[in-house]
Write a protein that binds this ligand. Structure first.
Ligand code: G4P
Length: 534
């Protein structure tokens, strides 16, 4: 938070109570289980179920879809809203698999905070680190949940050290585990001086919570076995000496993460974490646009599209654009300016993903995520305002690292293929390039698994079997510069030129050397690996 932000007047109450966040983790650390418990305690679902699908199969699509498939509940959405205490939570889904890092990156542009879930036995894993770095780029405040404490896990100090050293962030214990593995009985809540006792018999039951007036309170000795209590006292004494105390300012600036120890599957530590997000987490934050900073309390509505999801309902070819409201109080039926097309757009059937189903959003406030069904007008990066021509920044599109030719199994269906590809390009699920010579399309992705997901989606959603084949190219760069220079370049490099789905010029090659040469020989041109989605 900048000084400027810190000195602003208090936000309107409806905005101030909003907490918009995502959960990041390495696969299997427990993100789905934790999400499910959030929804349960937020009243969005009635019952927590069991994960049935195993391993890779359930990681290929979004975690919310996974929840839906595995547990038979309807949460077909990329964002869920629910109330907890006096707060309104907006939990935004991040795709589980590393191959969707670009999508994840964009999702993280729509939130104000993140929860990092780690497995108490495994500590910081590769995907945790990558996602953490993305959060750091945006200085997002991070709350840490160390999960699976009901199993054999690492020593508490070791876990904290690992996070501090690996991620270069201060870690302040918000709770301290008592016992470990089979002997794990609960945790000491350091922020509220309470003892939380886990109930192993009922996984959905919330822990018993006892107020304690300090470590010498006889209530502790009455509930914690003597050996565990002695260890707890010793560890807490060490922790007080060695570890920083929780400091909200440092947390909000992204320099410190509070850590809770718990067990998502046993519902243990989850409510404390939720209370942590509510009481200490950031209110909706200002958003950056090229023209100026947008403050959430501004009366006029502004927002940006960070995700487009197509075919949520295969019977209707609808698309839902997910919009993060950056400012104002939105009411259903409002006419907003679609800045890219300069056309007004009546938002008559916006969707809020509340409780167990989609609901029409009668109103929404800065910080909320609303879904706007549309026929393809809304794209990632688009701004909606009450008239001002704003361009929100920081929603990048990355150059794909893997390129393949795509062919329809049935050559008569080339037109269908083009339609399907354009739609996925607009959704941000892949880059689609049309080479200037020859027919067909080249599809670019960031991770190999995306090809499989695309092939299966084109088959399911368009009844069109497709194959991906190797191409001679390995890199793509967007070419910009003065019109005449670009045209001249295009005419002399036809074999390497393609257009993306927006019609922008892309240079394809297999050699970094080529790219270096062009940069050297054509100073007027810019070759870039990312393009802002506008
Ligand atoms: P993810 O979304 O981060 O990938 O993790 P998910 O919640 O699906 O949890 C992964 C596995 O860890 C699941 O086991 C889940 O039941 C288990 N799990 C989650 N929280 C806890 C916890 O607090 N304690 C223990 N002991 N286990 C927990 P699974 O259904 O057997 O799936 P799999 O591991 O066979 O894939």
């Amino acid at each position: 938070m900048s000084e400027h932000v810190a000195n602003r007047p208090a936000l309107p109450a409806e905005i101030a109570r909003r907490r918009t966040f995502a959960i990041i983790s390495h696969p299997d650390a427990g993100k789905t289980t934790l999400t499910e418990k959030f929804l349960l305690f937020g009243g969005a679902i009635q019952m927590a179920g069991q994960v049935r699908a195993k391993g890779e199969a359930r990681r290929t699509r979004s975690d919310f879809m996974k929840l839906e498939q595995d547990r038979g509940i309807s949460v077909s959405a990329s964002a869920m809203s629910f109330d907890f205490d006096q707060y309104r939570f907006n939990l935004v889904d991040t795709p589980g698999h590393s191959d969707f890092s670009e999508d994840t990156y964009r999702t993280l542009t729509a939130v104000d905070a993140a929860i990092m879930v780690i497995d108490g036995a495994k500590g910081v894993e590769s995907q945790t680190r990558k996602l953490f770095e993305v959060c750091r780029l945006r200085d997002l405040p991070i709350l840490t949940f160390c999960n699976k404490m009901d199993r054999e896990s690492r020593d508490t100090f070791e876990i904290i050290d690992e996070i501090q050293e690996n991620l270069a962030i201060d870690v302040a214990p918000a709770s301290w585990p008592i016992g470990m593995g089979r002997d794990f009985i609960g945790a000491y809540d350091l922020l509220h001086d309470r003892l939380e006792i886990m109930d192993r018999a009922d996984r959905n039951k919330v822990a018993e919570s006892v107020a304690i007036s300090g470590l010498d309170d006889p209530k502790l000795a009455a509930r914690v076995p003597a050996d565990l209590l002695a260890k707890l006292k010793e560890e807490l004494e060490m922790a007080r000496e060695l570890l920083p105390a929780f400091d909200r300012k440092s947390f909000l600036e992204g320099h410190m993460t509070p850590i809770w120890f718990g067990s998502a599957i046993n519902s243990f530590g989850v409510k404390e974490l939720m209370r942590g997000i509510g009481d200490y987490g950031p209110e909706p934050q200002p958003q950056k646009a090229a023209e100026r900073e947008i403050l959430p309390e501004e009366p006029k509505v502004t927002g940006f599209v960070f995700k487009v999801q197509a075919n949520m309902d295969p019977k209707h070819r609808d698309r839902v654009a997910f919009v993060r409201l950056a400012s104002g109080h939105f009411e259903r039926g409002m006419k907003l300016l679609h800045v890219r097309s300069k056309k007004p757009m009546a938002v008559s059937n916006p969707v809020l993903f509340l409780a167990a189903d989609r609901e029409l959003a009668e109103e929404a406030w800065a910080g909320d995520i609303i879904g706007i069904p549309n026929h393809g007008q809304l794209r990632i990066g688009d701004a909606l305002t009450e008239g001002e021509a704003l361009r929100f920044t920081g929603i990048p599109s990355f150059a794909p690292e893997l390129l393949q030719n795509v062919r329809a199994g049935d050559p008569m269906k080339a037109k269908h293929l083009e339609k399907a590809l354009m739609q996925f390009a607009e959704e941000g699920a892949a880059k689609v390039f049309k080479p200037s010579i020859g027919s067909g399309f080249i599809v670019g992705v960031v991770g190999a698994l995306q090809f499989d997901v695309l092939a299966s989606r084109i088959e399911i959603e368009y009844s069109l079997p497709v194959r991906f084949e190797p191409t001679q190219f390995t890199s793509a760069r967007w070419v910009t510069g003065p019109k005449t220079d670009v045209e001249k370049f295009v005419n002399t490099n036809k074999g390497h030129i393609a257009q993306d789905h927006d019609g922008d010029i892309v240079y394809l090659t297999r050699l970094q050397w080529d790219i270096d040469r062009i940069v050297r020989d054509h100073p007027a041109l810019t070759l870039s690996a990312t393009k802002e989605m506008m």
